[in-house]
Design a protein around this ligand. Structure first.
Ligand SMILES: [Zn+2]
Length: 385
């Protein structure tokens, strides 16, 4: 029996993220080994697929799968620090099995819409090991160090250090300028500098106020007894502070949000880290009442745009397709740029090997994001249903 088969479809996505008619895919042992457009290679058995659109899988560059059980707990319009408080309050009270079941369901739902890879942030050492062993999860796992003041930050470092000694498959990372102490930043820099870091940066205007020692984040830190003044941060903007600590000198740098980044912040990032990626989580921003006004300056910056969803605490799902649809609705970023960010740009930036990328058939769909996002569950090409 010939193990090679050529699947022929109606619409596909080119490597430049344009929709094009008549795609073909050579499948060997359930894996796509080659693809193209136009007349399919003649030497193999050919099978015509149902009409519709075939796309390579989408990458979710920022999620917290661990928080999937927090759906509906954070009311629409909550402030960033209110969300932090709600998550912190509920975290300890949740059942481990509920956390895991909600996580599995969220991954499945996203996969039904073509999302197959996550850059996921965990806060607990148990959950990061759960994800490692979960067959339906693919992606980078980051373990976040939270704790803005001592001794919380030191305790957390000790825990992460102990896990790193027995498991080198995850990346330690920091939460944000206000969520992780300078000591934790130095620890992460030392442990993970040659790899990858993911940091929430300038998510809301409250972070600009924080650098001047006032506003909602300062109040939040006061409430949880962690409001200390670190000398390293004195008179520095968030970007300047991270740069001074060496936190920008990572091989792969995922700067999540930048929703409140000012022109001077973006200029500085352009100068210091032109190779960095920024991750847009638009629906989460909207849920927290955060309006972005820097679309144009980020578009012109050299930073690579990737797409994330953040967690189900602030986003209805982990589907990059639904995220693209929402961003497209703003009329600021083209369909082509969004599709690139969800596929080829993400594969390249995150160094995802081509043979690990599944292709999805959206049967009955037309070649545009709107139609894909409403056409029902997709099926993976070349795999048994
Ligand atoms: Zn996040």
């Amino acid at each position: 029996m010939n193990i090679f088969e050529v699947l022929v479809g109606e619409w596909g996505l080119t490597r430049d993220a344009e929709f094009r008619a008549d795609p073909w895919y050579i499948v060997a042992d359930k894996e796509i080994v080659d693809s193209g457009f136009g007349r399919p290679p003649k030497q193999f058995m050919t099978r015509r697929l149902p009409s519709g659109v075939i796309v390579p899988g989408f990458v979710n560059a920022h999620s917290h799968i661990e928080l999937s059980c927090m759906r509906d707990l954070v009311p629409h319009g909550s402030h960033l620090t209110e969300m932090g408080g709600i998550i912190q309050k509920n975290r300890g009270a949740l059942d481990d099995l509920d956390i895991r079941q909600a996580a599995v369901a969220a991954i499945r739902r996203a996969k039904d819409e073509g999302t197959f890879f996550f850059c996921d942030i965990s806060n607990s050492t148990e959950f990061i090991r759960f994800l490692r062993d979960l067959p339906s999860f693919a992606g980078n796992r980051y373990l976040e160090l939270l704790g803005f003041s001592s001794p919380r930050d030191v305790e957390r470092i000790a825990k992460v250090r102990a896990l790193l000694d027995v498991d080198a498959t995850f990346y330690p990372t920091v939460h944000s300028v206000y969520g992780s102490s300078p000591l934790q930043m130095r620890f992460v820099r030392e442990k993970a500098r040659h790899t990858s870091v993911s940091i929430h940066l300038l998510e809301s205007p409250a972070e600009i106020e924080f650098q001047y020692g006032r506003g909602a984040i300062v109040e939040f830190l006061q409430n949880i007894g962690q409001n200390v003044k670190h000398p390293e941060m004195k008179d520095r903007s968030a970007v300047d502070y991270l740069h001074s600590l060496g936190m920008l000198s990572f091989k792969k740098l995922l700067l999540v949000h930048l929703s409140a980044a000012r022109t001077e912040d973006i200029d500085m990032l352009n100068e210091y880290v032109p190779h960095a990626a920024w991750v847009i989580c638009h629906r989460s921003n909207r849920h927290l009442g955060i309006e972005r006004s820097n679309w144009a300056s980020l578009h012109q910056a050299s930073l690579k745009m990737l797409i994330g969803t953040d967690s189900l605490a602030t986003s209805p799902d982990l589907s990059v397709l639904q995220e693209m649809r929402a961003i497209l609705g703003e009329g600021k970023i083209s369909e082509h740029d969004l599709l690139r960010a969800a596929t080829w740009d993400a594969y390249e930036y995150l160094e995802i090997p081509m043979n690990q990328i599944p292709y999805f058939l959206f049967a009955g769909a037309k070649p545009n994001i709107e139609s894909l996002s409403t056409s029902g569950p997709a099926t993976i090409l070349g795999r048994a249903p």
